[in-house]
Ligand binder design. Sequence first.
Ligand code: PLP
Length: 370
Amino acid sequence: MAALHEPLFRGHEWEYVKECIDTGWVSTAGKFVDRFETMLVDYTGISHASAVVNGTAALHVCLMLAGIRQNDEVICQPLTFAATCAAIAYCGGLPHFVDVSPTTLGLCPDALETRLNETAEIVDGVCQNRLTRRRIGAVVCMHTYGHAVELDRLAALCARWHLPLIEDAAESLGSFYQGRHTGHWGVLSAVSFNGNKIVTTGGGGAVLTNDPYLARQAKHLTTTAKLPHRWEFEHDRVGYNYRLPNLNAALGCAQLEQLPNYVAAKRTLAQRYAEAFRDVANVSFFTEPSGCCSNYWLNVILLDHPDRSARDAILTATNDAGLMTRPAWQLMHRLAPYALAPHGDLKVAESLYDRLINIPSSVTLGESHG
Ligand SMILES: *Cc1c(COP(=O)(O)O)cnc(C)c1O
């Protein structure tokens, strides 16, 4: 069976994990957490990283620190994994869906601008939905399957509308936009190290930010909000135990050492796919948008025309043949918990849902020859 995305352990993983067990430092303290965070900062060029238990928790923290509270709307794309919207709901917020771009598969700046002009106004410096009277608290964009959205345009729009931009970069570790790592444009960004991502800690995530104040808050909030003291247990707010255990960070350090090689192998695989699909009728291989150097986390083919039965026939035939393929996630505005969420015209996302198929994308496929 060719899986969609298999983890690959062949560096120092065993050595580092064994060191945790041998020394007893397996849990919420230990040197690998700090080392992992430093490695993330070095690789992404984003100045602060706080390691947490998973990517969903990282998103939750980003939204809390962006000030999302009960009854806020948060603009996001309908084509994403459910965690993006779950994190909004954890804060008491409601997603407000805006369409994706056919060239990036992520939040579309043109659609965002149109939607804001149609529905939003600034009242006393606060962005508000004119129709629902709710505050619009933030914009979350997601780099779908590793392909960066147009971050410069989105960041400029968000600034004009007094909206903090948050990047759900769970899928885009190793993806760059205009030469800088994804996660740079957001006030806060979330990454994931789940088992199916480009590198894994078993389960894990991180909050990235260039803002030293937000970085301190992220660390404090995710480590139970305990005030430092030799023996007293004082907590100055409701904290979260979102710490990444040292054991997982050890795995992560070994994985990050190999990330550049993984990205290179995945880009090679994408090139081969592009060639293989060049002359295939009625489907095209999705390639990185301009300005983006993508990690090609999950490769994508698109049917030229929306046709769910053709899509399902391909899904059946490939899975029967031992090649794992998958459709896009069900669009968020069609899920029961978000049935009442406001949204603009979502025709691009709805068309993509009927046309999109993920194909096997493991690192080793890009390394094999022949
Ligand atoms: C994987 C993923 C997450 C959540 O990460 P977990 O570590 O699984 O909690 C969030 N958003 C997107 C878009 C993802 O793909």
